[in-house]
Design a protein around this ligand. Structure first.
Ligand code: GLV
Ligand code: MN
Ligand code: MN
Length: 415
């Protein structure tokens, strides 16, 4: 019987560890905010590996990097990939696995001397995380033409600088056109970042959908006053109003139940002093649901709550939308393909939605798309403690290899 083609798990895990040295932070995680110096160093390392693998590298005007291996035919490539930017307190697997897993597939095909019918490319998209510049998935949004290049370039980050300034500074403003031509298909390998697979002891998640995401920045304007002399009834306390919003959105998610989640992840007070009633508070609300109607209802409930706060605390409240994506369902033939290959490898599978946002959800309207998940130990992510077992990393990359072989047409895929 012909032996199934397999990736080199040790080499892949070594590459993950090497990339994690860049922007390494205490506890084993990474800080490579989009377009930072650490992001540039990570990009340089990955581009070096792409060159070693003889990929033709193209960089577009938002800094997405695509490395392509030619096929017997020209035309659209079968694409895989993800992102290498991280949140400020990120792990070493989120995004990186998908990019380095893609490179491992290329290395395996190169070593085996296997050609594919169609080109194969590995991409890493700019600013998937959105932690520095909103919206998240910025690179894939521009790649697919949903977000205009100029709007993306002018985006101001949490430190006051723009995407354009930083892209130019790190030397990753390329000339490949955006929007880009549609790939033939897109497959993203990623860590689950939640507890489902780990708890159930399942090796591969077959991702059927990605939930909708709503990000809002809320700015509250009250009146600064003396903390000791201002009677409670006479306050216009921006800080208190911010606290009330935090409490409200948690209650909303509890009340909705199901897949509704809510988070206030960033908050700033001004002047932020112990004995001054805050004049201004800025906070972000992240609402997500797999059901668009429920997500919309949650947004309306938040808007109504802000209105009651305006009246009761006599504060001004302004909102700014940072990101809004409807839930996405992946192509059934792609999920079926992933499931079939995972089972061919003798791996256990579960169909599931993704709770996190991914570049794949932006690619989905453009070409047949799906995602492969592997377990995250204890479901921890966006945390330095994020961990996935090397054996699951190897298993996920082997499924990616087989799926890409089938989609791109090569021996070693589904026979
Ligand atoms: C991206 O990681 C997101 O889901 O926030
Ligand atoms: Mn990710
Ligand atoms: Mn992430």
């Amino acid at each position: 019987m012909k032996k199934k083609l397999e990736i080199n798990g040790e080499r892949l895990n070594q590459r993950i560890a090497r990339l994690a040295e860049i922007g390494a932070i205490e506890g084993g995680g990474c800080a490579r905010l989009a377009l930072s110096d650490a992001d540039k160093a990570g990009r340089d390392l990955v581009c070096g590996w792409m060159r070693e693998l003889n990929l033709e590298i193209r960089i577009d005007a938002i800094g997405n990097v695509v490395g392509t291996r030619a096929g017997r035919q020209s035309g659209p490539a079968v694409m895989t990939g993800s992102h290498i930017d991280t949140v400020r307190t990120g792990g070493r697997y989120d995004g990186n696995l998908g990019v380095l897993g893609g490179l491992e597939v290329i290395a395996t095909l190169n070593e085996a001397g296997l050609e594919t019918e169609y080109p194969l490319s590995v991409a890493f998209f700019t600013n998937e995380e959105g932690a520095r510049f909103a919206p998240d998935m910025m690179g894939s949004l521009v790649f697919t033409g949903v977000l205009g290049l100029d709007e993306a370039l002018q985006t101001v980050g949490i430190d006051g600088s723009t995407v354009e300034e930083n892209l130019l500074r790190i030397g990753y403003a390329g000339d490949a056109p955006v929007p880009a031509p549609a790939p033939r298909a897109f497959v993203e390998l990623h860590v689950e970042q939640g507890p489902v697979l780990d708890l159930a002891g399942i090796e591969i998640g077959v991702v059927e959908s990605v939930q909708g995401i709503s990000w809002t920045e809320i700015e509250i304007h009250g009146t600064s006053n003396h903390a000791g002399t201002t009677p409670m009834a006479l306050r216009h306390d921006a800080g208190w109003a911010a606290g009330a919003i935090i409490h409200f959105v948690r209650g909303l998610a509890n009340e909705f139940g199901g897949n509704q989640v809510s988070t206030v992840g960033r908050i700033e007070f001004f002047p932020n002093l112990v004995n001054v009633v805050p004049k201004r508070a800025t906070l972000t609300v992240d609402l997500r649901n797999t059901d668009e109607n429920l997500l919309r209802s949650a947004e309306l409930r938040l808007e109504a709550f802000l209105e009651t706060l305006r009246v009761s605390e006599k504060v001004k409240i302004a909102t700014r939308r940072l990101a809004r994506f409807e839930p996405v369902v992946f192509a059934p033939e792609m999920t079926a393909c992933i499931e079939r290959h995972a089972r061919d490898h003798g791996l256990s599978t579960r169909r599931m939605p993704s709770g996190a946002g991914h570049d794949a959800q932006m690619l989905a309207p453009l070409c047949p798309t799906a995602m492969i998940f592997i377990p995250s130990v204890d479901g921890i992510s966006h945390n330095v403690l994020e961990y996935s077992h090397p054996r699951h990393i190897e298993a996920g990359a082997n499924v990616l290899l087989s799926v890409l072989c089938e989609l791109a047409g090569c021996a070693g895929g589904r026979q």
